[in-house]
Write a protein that binds this ligand. Structure first.
Ligand code: UD1
Ligand code: CA
Length: 490
């Protein structure tokens, strides 16, 4: 009998997977989540729970993935299609009522009736599953020609799981659910992970004879195992070395536990590839985030949704970066960045916000309390303090003084501001869009700019200062003569 572990399989230089369809069971009601959102769609490291299982199937080389939906079917369907690259390639089968795992697989029969190769069956709520484990199940089935290969695991606390039954020679004879098991059977710690590779030409016949003769009155998929054995067809098992890989999510407590394990796995990969993660416990990484060598991630930093980071960057503490592309040697301190591009040597923060569709050229400096939105900044632009720059293009080397505001909104529409290269915008300037400031122009501090400023000009748009020599001294003298008290001048 086969009793291999997934570590026997190398992940490199793999053969193509033998033809395989995967059926993911996601029709259950997930009552224990106590959520309006179906369990399959709860976010986990940047993807819905069930999307992780789809991913594992695709990475293993599975050619078709069928998701069995039932409860909140339409929502699960559209949620998965939207979240998964090439989501339109997913197929869906509908289970009318949740009559059990065996019935759920049967819902996919019309899509698969003439499929003579391997059918993988998985639960939609086991996102830690690795592609190489699936490959091993499929390869074992093809090699041994058995009707079913079961993924099993030894658990210290097997409560709630189906137990594998073996005869005195160690051959599998069936699976018994916890609720249907004898006290003797319950002492067995070898458990069913609910992940199987079946022979597609023999599965439907086995499912057809299922009867709901059990404690839950359900059609148990597990019963097909015993049936095959009774027909004289032995089944095989593949044992998981690390049982955590088959952990399912039934409650939000388990959701958090699985998320922590998945994050730890992602961070470990990053560290082994040459990234310093100062505090893995407080660092959050979504799947598909990439970080270049010798970058350093400080505590309380989140790199989310497809963020790509170059080499030798310094991120955090307290940075949240979502959907961004960062070049090399970029530094981001305590800031919030979304859907933007930062070229090499950019420095942002602390306390800056970079909102979507911003592009920061090489060497740009963005300092504290600066907000950018839809802003294209040429190389070496500096905006070091207290500014709002929205719907703006700024040429290279321009300096934006503290407190500069682009007034991009007139209450009805957004308008653009264009500032040329090597310009100087004095502090506390207000640029009322649409407006342009030419290359090399100066805007005097405190100006309200409502008309275009030509290149190399100086614009002053503020009231002029009047100086009255000696006025303050005279004033104090007049007050003193009247005997009035004042605390400002001593
Ligand atoms: C199942 C197995 C058990 C195994 C355990 C591992 C059976 C009878 N039992 O039990 O041996 O140890 O998984 O976690 O298979 N689903 C449907 N339609 C249904 C019922 C379930 O789509 O009618 C889906 C659920 O959404 C879920 C999966 O099937 O994704 C598993 O169902 P669940 O009820 O959680 O099975 P367990 O009782 O955990
Ligand atoms: Ca379960």
């Amino acid at each position: 009998m086969t009793h291999a572990t997934y570590q026997d399989v190398s992940s490199e230089g793999e053969q193509p997977l033998p033809p395989t369809v995967a059926v993911l069971l996601a029709a259950g009601k997930s009552t224990r989540m106590r959520s309006r959102l179906p369990k399959s769609l709860h976010p986990l490291c940047g993807l819905p729970v069930t999307a992780h299982v789809v991913r594992a199937c695709r990475e293993a080389g599975v050619e078709r993935v069928i998701v069995v939906v039932g409860h909140e079917a339409e929502r699960v369907r559209s949620g998965l299609i939207e979240a998964i690259p090439d989501g339109h390639l997913l197929e869906f089968a509908h289970q009318e009522r949740p009559l059990g795992t065996g019935d759920a697989v049967r819902a996919a029969q019309s899509l698969l009736a003439s499929w003579p190769h391997t059918v993988l069956v998985l639960a939609g709520d086991t996102p830690l599953l690795r592609p190489q484990t699936l490959r091993q199940l499929v390869e074992t089935r093809v090699r041994t020609h058995v009707p079913a290969v079961m993924l099993t695991m030894e658990l210290q606390n097997p409560t709630g799981y189906g137990r594998i039954l073996r005869d005195e020679k160690g051959r599998v004879i069936g699976v018994v659910e916890e609720r249907d098991a004898t006290p003797e059977q319950r002492r067995c710690c070898e458990c069913n992970s609910s992940i199987y590779a079946f022979d597609g030409s023999r599965l439907w016949e086995a499912l057809a004879q299922l009867r709901p003769n059990n404690a839950q009155g359900e059609y148990y998929l597990t019963d097909v195992i015993g049936w095959f054995v009774q027909q004289g067809a032995p089944v095989e098992t593949v044992a998981l070395e690390d049982p955590k890989e088959a952990l399912g999510i039934n409650t939000r407590v388990e959701l958090a536990q699985v998320a922590a394990l998945l994050r730890a796995r992602l961070l470990e990969d990053l560290m082994l590839s040459g990234v310093t993660v100062v505090d893995p416990m407080s660092t959050w990484i979504d799947v598909d985030v990439t970080v270049g060598q010798d970058s350093v991630i400080h505590p309380n930093t989140l790199l989310l949704r497809g963020t790509q980071v170059g080499e030798e960057c310094v991120l955090g503490p307290f940075a949240r970066i979502e959907g961004c592309r960062l070049g090399n040697r970029v530094q981001v301190y305590a800031s919030w960045l979304v859907d933007s591009v930062l070229e090499d040597d950019v420095r942002v923060g602390p306390y800056a916000q970079v909102r979507p569709n911003s592009h920061l050229g090489a060497g740009v400096r963005i300092g504290n309390f600066v907000e950018l939105k839809n802003a294209t900044l040429g190389p070496r632009v500096q905006a070091s303090h207290l500014s709002y720059l929205g719907d703006v293009e700024i040429g290279e080397g321009t300096n934006i003084g503290a407190g500069t505001i682009t007034c991009n909104y007139d209450g009805y529409q957004k308008h653009r501001t264009r500032i040329g290269s090597r310009a100087f915008i004095g502090s506390h300037s207000t640029l009322v869009a649409p407006v342009e400031v030419g290359e090399g122009a100066f805007v005097a501090a405190g100006s309200v700019i409502t008309a275009n400023v030509p290149a190399d000009a100086l614009a002053i748009a503020r009231s002029y200062q009047t100086v009255k020599e000696g006025w303050a001294a005279d004033y104090r003298q007049r007050k003193a003569n009247k005997g009035e008290q004042k605390n400002a001048s001593k």
